[in-house]
Design a protein. Structure first.
Length: 180
């Protein structure tokens, strides 16, 4: 067994160099807390939820925000997750991944425990709002109010509810349109 104190975590800049060198071309991985972690397999329901979220958010936020799908987010010096959906400031990200996000959404089926654990990472990155779409339980957990690197408010939304976006008060997303 390896002593955890003997493990040297990767920094995000090192991970990005490995990605650019093609070290992970045949793998679906992300950097979480300095560790290269395999991403869960995706099923049709997972992909369908992402498709519906993409359609809704792109139409409602066009010209005001960039909606990135399963793209890297430079969260911290030791983490570069690839959230299912990220709403980030409009901009040119050719030279680097966004370091700021207004909303991150993870869609979880088999990855529920891992994605729920990402709340800490997103709060530490000062993402104001984190949604966890919980497919098995047919709900959306909305994490908000970051204090000292942790979300202090978690609200469940179910079919029939509409989720207001914090950053864009005029935008709401209906749970029944996300989870059919």
């Amino acid at each position: 067994m390896i002593d955890p104190a003997a493990v040297r975590p990767l920094r995000r800049v090192e991970y990005e160099r490995l990605v650019q060198a093609g070290c992970f071309d045949d793998e679906r991985v992300e950097l979480l807390d300095g560790m290269v972690v395999r991403m869960s397999a995706k099923g049709p329901t997972h992909d369908a939820v992402i498709q519906r979220l993409t359609e809704m958010l792109v139409l409602r936020l066009a010209g005001r925000a960039a909606v990135r799908i399963q793209s890297a987010f430079a969260a911290t010096d030791s983490s570069e997750p690839e959230p299912d959906v990220a709403v980030v400031p409009p901009g040119d990200y050719d030279e680097g991944h966004p370091t700021e996000a207004w909303l991150i959404i993870e869609v979880a089926d088999s990855s529920l425990v891992r994605d729920r654990g990402k709340a800490r990472l997103y709060a530490e990155a000062e993402v104001a709002e984190y949604w966890l779409v919980d497919i098995p339980h047919r709900l959306v957990e909305v994490h908000t109010d970051v204090v000292d690197g942790a979300y202090t408010r978690v609200a469940p939304y179910r079919a029939g509810d509409s989720i207001p976006m914090r950053r864009f008060a005029d935008v709401t997303v209906e749970v029944s349109r996300i989870l059919r």
